[in-house]
Design a protein around this ligand. Structure first.
Ligand code: ZN
Ligand code: ZN
Ligand code: FE
Length: 759
C-alpha cells in the first residue's frame, strides 16, 4: 500500500455558495480520505489524508469535476503531518467575516432541478421556486452579508422537515442552499386577472392558457417583471409595441430549449455555450431565412434566451399542453427606460394599460436586475448589457489601489466600486435623464456599498459638467476625479485585460464631452501609464439640432453634404431629401450655415446614421442606432470594394475626412446601386481607415498594442473588420468582452483611471 500523506489545500475562485464543499466532501468519500473542508476568507481550505496517489487524484478532481457554477482560479497544496483518522467533515467557516468572498450572481436553473421539476413523481413537480447549490436566486434576493438565509428575502419562509434534511445533508445537492424551498414550505405564485386572484398550481396553468390564447401578461421573474406574449401573434406584438411606444425596437424572445432556438437561428458553439451557461443571457443570434421577423423588424439578428428560472420552465411545459411550443416575447416590464418593475404595486401603477394579467409571487426581489445581453464577435462572446447573472461578479484588476466609486455616464448607466484589486460593476441602470433611474442609482449604490463594506476615497465621473451622473458624483463624499468620456472607454479595455503597457486606443462612439468643449465620438488616443492624449479624430462636422435631432439621420447627412460638396451640395444630393418636411429642411439648412444650435462633433455614431440615410435605409430612426443596425443587417457575405476616407495632419492631430466616402456613397445611391453594396463599401472603408489611422499614430511612438472601444464597436462586422485589418499590420488588438463597449462599461474605465492616478 502506498504511504499515507496529508495535504493542506487552498482553492481560490468562485467556490462559495455554489456547492463546492459538498463536491469536496463527495470526492473525499469516493477516495476514502480523512480530513476536513471549510469556507474561509480567501476561498475554500481543505486538509485531506490518505494514500499518496489517492490524494493526488482527489486534488486533480477538485477542479476537473467542479460543480457547474464554480470557477477555480487556483489550487495550491502543501504537505503537512498526517494525523490519522478516516472520517471527513465539513467544518464551520473559519476566520472573521470573509472579506474576499462575495455574494454569487444569480444562477440559471440547473439540469438536475429541471429534471425534478418536470418529473410528475417528484415532490417539486412544476414547483416554480425549486433551486439547489448549483442554481437559483442569489444577488437579486440578498439584503446583506454574510450570504445566509436570514440575510435574504427568503427569511420569512421556515423550511419544512424535508427541506431541512436536504439543507443539512452534506451529500445532498441542497446542502446549505440558502433559498431552498418546496411546495409545502416555500413561496408560491398568484395570478391577478383583472382583480380576480388564483393561487398556486392553478395560477400557473391559467397563465399558460392565457398566453397560449394570445394575451399579454406581466410575469415576475428573477430580477424584475417581464411583459410576455406569443412572439408569433402579430396582434399581441402590435399592442405591446404601441403600449411601450416602441414601433420597431427589437424584443427578446424566450424559447423552451436549445433545440427550439436552433430552429429559429443559426447558432455557433460559443453562442450555444452562452445560451446554456449559468448566466443565461439574451444572446443575439442570426435568424434563419426571412421568417419570423416581427420581434426584430429589419434586423438579421434576434435576441434569444432560454428558460432560466423554474417558473419559466414550468410555464413552457404547461404551454406545450396548450399546444404552443413556440417563442414568447419576453421584454423588460417597464416603459422607455424606467427601471424594471420589481413588485406588484409597481406593475399595477405602471403596466396596467398593457398587461391583461399579472403573475406574481411572494419571494420579494431585493435587487432589480434586467436580463443581460451578449453577442459573439471576432470569436469571443461579448456583453452589450451586463446585469442578471453577471452582477456582482468582480473584474480582477492588474493592481490594487484606493477604493473608487465611478459613476459612469448618463446613457446605459452603470457604476463601479473598487475594493483592493477588484472592480464591482453595478447592474445596468439605464438612462439617467429619467428621474426614476436616478433613484435606482442611489438605491443600488447604497446596496452595493453595504454588501462590499467600502467607503470610497475617490469619486470618478464623466467630464461633462451637465451630466446627471456628474451631479450624482458631486453629492458623494470623497475626492472628485473628472474623466474624459473616451479616455474612460479606452481604459475600460485596459482594465478588463489587465494591460499595463502604453497603448493606442481607437474609440468609435456616439457622443462624449471633449476637452475642447466639442462633442467627441471618433477618437484616436495615446494612453500611457499615467497620462493620455489625443492623437487624432474624425473631422468635425455640424450636428444641427444637437441631441434633440439624434434620431433624425438626415440632419448630420445634410451637414456632411455641405462639407463634401460645398455650395453645390443641393444640386448633387437634393434628390435624397425628397419626402422630408420642407420647412424643417429649410430651418436645419439655415441652422447649419449659421452654426446655431449646431455643435461640432466627431461622432462616428452620427456618421453611421448619415450613411444609413444615404443608403436609403432610414431617414429617421425610432430608436438609437436603428439605421446603423439595419445597415449591418444588410451586409452581403462577399466584399465589394471600399469607400475612401482621407487621412491628413491638422494642427498636430491626425484628421480623418469622410468627404470622399460621402461623395462615393451618394454616387452609388443615385446610380441605383443597392443599399447592401453601400453598406459593404462603408464597412470595408472604415476598417481600412481605422488601420491606416492607427498605423500613422503608432509609427512615431513605436506602439504595437491597440484597444478598441465605444458603442459603435457593438457592430460585429466592423469590430471583426477593424481587428483583422490591424492584426494584418502586426498590431496586438484588445476589445471589450466582459463589460460593454458602450457606455455600460465606462464606469470600469473611470475607476481604473482614478485608481491609477491618471491625469
Ligand atoms: Zn439546481
Ligand atoms: Zn419544504
Ligand atoms: Fe460612449
Amino acid at each position: 500500500m502506498a504511504p499515507i500523506v496529508r495535504k493542506k489545500i487552498l482553492v481560490k475562485g468562485v467556490v462559495q455558495g455554489v456547492g463546492f464543499r459538498p463536491h469536496v466532501y463527495k470526492l473525499a468519500a469516493e477516495y476514502a480520505l480523512g480530513g476536513w473542508v471549510r469556507n474561509d476568507a480567501s476561498g475554500v481550505t481543505i486538509e485531506a489524508e490518505g494514500p499518496g496517489p489517492d490524494v493526488e487524484a482527489f486534488i486533480r478532481d477538485l477542479d476537473g469535476r467542479r460543480p457547474a457554477a464554480a470557477r477555480v482560479d487556483s489550487v495550491v497544496s502543501r504537505a503537512v503531518a498526517p494525523v490519522g483518522g478516516k472520517t471527513f467533515a465539513i467544518t464551520k467557516s473559519g476566520g472573521k467575516a470573509p472579506a474576499a468572498a462575495i455574494i454569487p450572481a444569480d444562477l440559471a436553473l440547473c439540469s438536475d432541478c429541471r429534471r425534478e421539476l418536470l418529473d410528475p413523481a417528484d415532490r417539486r413537480y412544476l414547483y416554480p421556486f425549486t433551486n439547489c447549490t448549483n442554481c437559483g436566486p442569489r444577488f437579486t434576493i440578498v439584503k446583506s452579508v454574510p450570504y445566509d438565509r436570514p440575510a435574504t428575502t427568503m427569511a420569512a419562509f421556515k423550511m419544512c422537515p424535508d427541506c431541512l434534511r436536504e439543507y443539512g445533508d452534506p451529500l445532498d445537492r441542497r446542502f446549505h442552499a440558502q433559498p431552498n424551498a418546496c411546495p409545502v414550505c416555500g413561496p408560491s405564485v398568484t395570478l391577478d386577472l383583472g382583480g380576480k386572484t388564483i393561487k398556486g398550481p392553478a395560477a400557473l396553468e391559467r397563465t399558460a392558457a392565457l398566453l397560449a390564447a394570445g394575451r399579454i401578461g406581466a410575469l415576475q421573474s428573477l430580477g424584475g417583471f417581464h411583459l410576455a406574449c406569443r412572439a408569433d401573434s402579430p396582434a399581441a406584438l402590435k399592442k405591446l409595441r404601441s403600449a411601450k411606444s416602441r414601433p420597431h425596437k427589437p424584443f427578446a424572445v424566450m424559447v423552451p430549449s436549445l433545440a427550439a432556438a436552433r430552429k429559429l437561428c443559426r447558432i455557433s458553439a460559443a453562442e450555444a455555450a452562452a445560451l446554456t451557461s449559468t448566466e443565461a443571457p439574451v444572446v443575439m443570434l442570426r435568424r434563419r431565412g426571412g421568417e419570423f421577423s416581427e420581434p426584430a423588424p429589419g434586423l438579421s439578428r434576434l435576441g434569444v434566451m432560454l428558460p432560466y428560472t423554474p417558473l419559466h420552465a414550468a410555464l413552457f411545459a404547461l404551454l406545450d399542453r396548450n399546444g404552443f411550443a413556440g417563442p414568447l416575447v419576453m421584454t423588460s416590464g417597464n416603459f422607455r427606460d424606467e427601471p424594471i418593475c420589481k413588485d406588484k404595486p409597481e406593475v399595477a401603477a405602471r403596466l396596467r394599460g398593457v398587461a391583461s394579467f399579472t403573475l406574481y409571487h411572494d419571494r420579494p426581489i431585493h435587487n432589480r436586475a434586467d436580463d443581460s445581453v451578449a453577442f459573439e464577435a471576432a470569436g469571443e462572446i461579448r456583453l452589450a448589457r451586463r446585469a442578471r447573472g453577471y452582477v456582482p461578479a468582480a473584474v480582477k484588476l492588474a493592481a490594487a489601489g484606493p477604493s473608487v466609486a465611478a459613476c459612469g455616464a448618463d446613457l446605459k448607466n452603470t457604476f463601479c466600486l473598487t475594493r483592493g484589486s477588484e472592480a464591482f460593476l453595478s447592474q445596468h441602470i439605464g438612462d439617467l435623464a429619467e428621474p426614476q433611474n436616478q433613484a435606482f442609482f442611489g438605491e443600488t449604490l447604497a446596496n452595493m456599498r453595504r454588501l462590499l463594506k467600502v467607503s470610497p476615497a475617490l469619486v470618478a465621473h464623466d467630464l461633462h459638467p451637465d451630466y446627471a451622473s456628474s451631479a450624482l458624483a458631486r453629492a458623494l463624499p470623497g475626492r472628485k476625479v473628472a474623466v474624459q468620456h473616451h479616455a474612460a472607454h479606452a481604459l475600460s479595455v485596459a482594465a478588463e485585460h489587465g494591460l499595463r503597457e502604453p497603448f493606442i486606443a481607437l474609440v468609435w462612439d456616439g457622443t462624449g464631452y471633449g476637452t475642447d468643449g466639442k462633442i467627441w465620438g471618433s477618437e484616436l488616443l495615446i494612453v500611457d501609464r499615467k497620462t493620455w492624449s489625443r492623437a487624432g479624430h474624425l473631422k468635425y462636422f455640424r450636428l444641427p439640432g444637437g441631441d434633440a435631432g439624434a434620431l433624425k439621420a438626415w440632419r448630420p447627412a445634410l451637414a456632411l453634404f455641405k462639407d463634401a460638396y460645398g455650395a453645390g451640395w443641393k444640386k448633387s444630393t437634393g434628390r435624397l431629401f425628397a419626402g422630408l418636411p420642407a420647412a424643417e429642411l429649410r430651418t436645419v439648412d439655415r441652422m447649419t450655415d449659421a452654426g446655431v444650435n449646431s455643435p461640432l462633433t466627431s461622432s462616428m455614431g452620427r456618421l453611421f446614421d448619415a450613411f444609413g440615410f444615404i443608403a436609403g435605409v432610414r431617414a429617421e430612426a425610432t430608436y438609437e442606432a436603428q439605421g446603423p443596425m439595419e445597415l449591418e443587417s444588410l451586409l452581403p457575405a462577399r466584399a465589394a470594394g471600399a469607400y475612401k476616407f482621407e487621412l491628413r495632419r491638422e494642427a498636430g492631430l491626425l484628421e480623418l475626412d469622410p468627404a470622399p466616402a460621402i461623395r462615393a456613397a451618394v454616387g452609388d445611391r443615385l446610380a441605383g446601386r443597392p443599399p447592401a453594396l453601400i453598406s459593404a463599401r462603408l464597412h470595408s472603408g472604415l476598417a481600412l481607415a481605422a488601420a491606416g489611422s492607427v498605423e500613422a499614430a503608432a509609427r512615431a511612438r513605436g506602439l504595437k498594442t491597440v484597444c478598441l472601444s465605444g458603442g459603435v464597436f457593438q457592430n460585429r462586422a466592423l469590430l471583426e473588420g477593424v481587428t483583422a485589418a490591424l492584426r494584418k499590420k502586426g498590431f496586438t488588438v484588445y476589445s471589450n468582452r466582459r463589460v460593454p463597449a458602450n457606455d455600460g462599461g465606462i464606469a470600469l474605465g473611470q475607476a481604473w483611471y482614478a485608481l491609477r492616478g491618471y491625469s
